[in-house]
Structure formats: structure tokens, C-alpha cells
Design a protein around this ligand. Structure first.
Ligand SMILES: [Zn+2]
Length: 158
């Protein structure tokens, strides 16, 4: 899945499970469950050998939106809702939810077939369920919207 829906899943966990010791590992493991949802991502084209000159830009855009959403809810709960513990939980869960992809990152660019990034890449390939647009995009919109509704409802903003 793209980083943005992964981040929203992490935030949804953070607002639902107040205990960081449970919420943070749950967010991490839900990353793999999220990748089991049939989805489209930038890797599909590159795995088929197509060279997309905008690949790095697309990844940066996805990363920026994910980080932006994570920071938005971290700061919203800190400054507006004034719940520092929830804010920390959201921050940590947001990071944990995208951590598997961050760990995998070096293995994509480094051809060495060993180390933690390579092992994580292998694990991610097993649980990865690619799907073409439109369904591979619609599935992620549905996951993102469900999480957003849950987040806003939990924060009593909806
Ligand atoms: Zn992943």
C-alpha cells in the first residue's frame, strides 16, 4: 500500500488503543495486514521493468502526504485537543505503521542480498497483494476513508 493509507491505519490504532506499548507494535504489524489488501503502488510498474522518470518524485509526494497527515494529527491533539499522551501515541504509531517500508528502502537500491533490509523486503513480498487501478486504488481510498472516519469520530470531531 501507499504510505498515506498505512499512516492513517497507524493513527486510527493510536486513537483507539491508548496504551502505546500495545498500540505501537500493533501499528507495525498492521502494516503487513494492510499490504494484504489488494492495492496498487509505485513498485508494480518498476517490478515489471518499466522505467518511470517520476518514480522518485511520486515516492516523495506519497511520503510527504503521509508525514503531513501524521504531523497534522500529532499537533492537533497536542495544541487543540491538549492531550499530550495521545499526541505521542499518534506520533509513534504513525512512524511504526510505515517502518517496514522504511526498513526495506535500502534493499531496493542496494543489490546486496543480505541484512535486515533484504529480509524485510522478502517478508513484504510474501504479504504483498498487488492490484491494478482502478480497484488497486479504490481499495486504498476505502481503507483511508474508514480510518479517517474512525479517527475523527474518536477525537469527537465528527
Ligand atoms: Zn509495505
Amino acid at each position: 500500500m501507499l504510505l498515506t493509507p498505512h499512516t492513517l491505519v497507524g493513527i486510527a490504532v493510536a486513537v483507539s488503543v491508548k496504551e502505546p506499548l500495545i498500540a505501537v507494535p500493533t501499528s507495525f504489524f498492521l502494516h503487513f495486514l494492510g499490504d494484504l489488501v489488494p492495492h496498487w503502488d509505485f513498485c508494480i510498474e518498476s517490478e515489471e521493468g518499466k522505467t518511470d522518470p517520476y518514480y522518485p518524485l511520486k515516492v516523495i509526494a506519497d511520503l510527504s502526504i503521509g508525514v503531513g497527515i501524521g504531523l497534522f494529527f500529532t499537533l492537533l491533539t497536542l495544541w487543540v485537543i491538549k492531550d499530550p499522551l495521545l499526541s505521542i501515541n499518534i506520533f509513534l504509531c504513525g512512524i511504526a505503521s510505515v517502518l517496514p517500508d522504511a526498513i526495506t528502502g535500502p534493499a531496493i537500491f542496494n543489490k546486496e542480498k543480505k541484512g535486515i533490509p533484504y529480509i524485510m523486503m522478502k517478508i513484504q513480498h510474501i504479504v504483498h497483494f498487488p492490484a491494478r487501478p482502478p480497484w488497486g486504488v479504490i481499495s486504498q481510498i476505502l481503507v483511508s476513508l474508514s480510518c479517517l472516519i474512525l479517527i475523527l469520530h474518536s477525537l469527537e470531531l465528527l
